[in-house]
Design a protein around this ligand. Structure first.
Ligand code: UDP
Length: 370
């Protein structure tokens, strides 16, 4: 065997595992079917702007080990995510905080805001069983209707009453004037883009791009003792138990000859009528400056359209509802029988992982197997 590990996928899980394996003296080969490394955190420079080609990625974590780890490969800037919600032209602060409550109801104090929510959440009795009930019991019906319902139904293509409650628990609710979207100790964007960070992780490691593992499985398997697979678990098994559902995203990117389109990195369109879910203006991830600190004269925006995944599309989000979770468990049983193969990452584990959780999981996986 030429390699100890064949690593399928050069996204965060694959790159972290590869880096750890090399560090432990293992011989590794990383392959990826795309023409570029870095999976969905891939960034590409356009007019001096690092464009997040597969959707906005804002690094945030509470895990010190993960923060120290990523800082070995990149310097992080002080970007703090404070998205704005646009509901039919009315703007609201996110996540849900005193600025949001003030704009929604005219309330001024935390007690007044709490009283409004208490009054509105009375309609939910008992433990919330789905996203709709969870949202109303967290922030009341007004906010649910204007800032959650339309956005969520566009993003997931499903009624809020059919979605798991945990999705909305990702968002903080605060009775302070704090627009920081994340409750994380550490946050930032890697200076120079994520691609550079992943390239640093893969430094000195053999990488072959444009290689489709599943199409050349036997031949590629014969190159290594073990395989780390970070692609979709159902695709690995040829969808033999049926396909898991995913949400896909389509991006419409535009280079505009203006300096400032929306004044913020992310604006969410939370009404049902606007066909896109959000618009990202990439330059604001790096404060509108190039690497020398000069103001960038142009801007690149991406409109995000969510759609149900179908064969040939890129899978982005696993749909962790009951039906899919049960099917995943069946695939998991098959995966456990594949002695030579480790499954990892958002697609390999069919899990709505954030970047830091993916890295944590890859580091733990490396500790376990290497
Ligand atoms: N969400 C919402 N309104 C918003 C932003 C988010 O209702 O303006 C809900 C929605 O259900 C979404 C979930 O919060 O699926 C998680 O959003 P997040 O921005 O964390 O998703 P990601 O960045 O992973 O796409």
């Amino acid at each position: 065997m030429k390699y100890d590990y064949l690593i399928v996928g050069s996204g965060l899980f694959g790159a972290v595992f590869a880096q750890q394996a090399k560090k432990k003296g293992k011989k590794v080969l990383v392959i990826d079917k795309r023409p570029n490394i870095a999976g969905n955190v891939y960034t590409e420079k356009i007019e001096g702007i690092n464009v997040h080609k597969y959707g906005a990625h804002i690094f945030h974590t509470n895990i010190k080990r993960v923060w120290d780890y990523v800082n070995e490969f990149a310097e992080f800037n002080r970007f703090t995510n404070s998205p704005v919600a646009n509901y039919k032209g009315e703007l609201f602060s996110l996540p849900f905080n005193m600025y949001t409550f003030n704009k929604m109801w005219g309330v001024v104090t935390p007690d007044e805001a709490k009283a409004k929510i208490e009054e509105q959440k009375k309609e939910i009795t008992g433990e919330p069983e789905n996203l709709e009930q969870q949202a109303i019991s967290l922030v009341g019906r007004d906010i649910y209707e204007k800032l959650i319902k339309g956005y969520t139904e566009k993003q997931w293509g499903r009624d809020c009453s059919q979605l798991p409650a945990f999705i909305i628990k990702r968002l903080p609710v605060r009775f302070t004037f704090d627009n920081n979207y994340f409750n994380a100790l550490y946050q930032g964007i890697p200076v120079g883009g994520y691609t550079k960070m992943v390239a640093n992780m893969l430094d000195g490691i053999e990488v072959r791009l444009g290689v489709d593992y599943l199409e050349n499985k036997a031949e590629l398997d014969s190159l290594a003792d073990k395989v780390l697979y970070t692609g979709a678990i159902d695709a690995y098994f040829g969808y033999e138990l049926g396909n898991l559902e995913y949400r896909s995203v389509r991006f419409e990117n535009e280079l505009l000859d203006i300096e400032n389109f929306q004044g913020n990195a992310a604006v969410n369109y939370t009404d049902r009528e606007t066909p896109w879910t959000r618009i990202i203006e990439h330059k604001w991830f790096e404060f509108g400056k190039d690497e020398n600190g000069n103001d960038l004269p142009k801007t690149v925006i991406s409109r995000e359209y969510s759609s149900e995944w179908k064969p040939g599309d890129e899978p982005y989000y696993p749909v962790n509802d009951k039906k899919n979770s049960e099917l995943y468990q069946k695939y998991r049983k098959l995966a456990d029988k594949e002695e030579k193969v480790i499954f990892g990452g958002r697609l390999g584990e069919y899990k709505y992982y954030d970047m830091d959780a993916v890295i944590d999981s890859a580091l733990n996986c490396a500790d376990k197997y290497l």
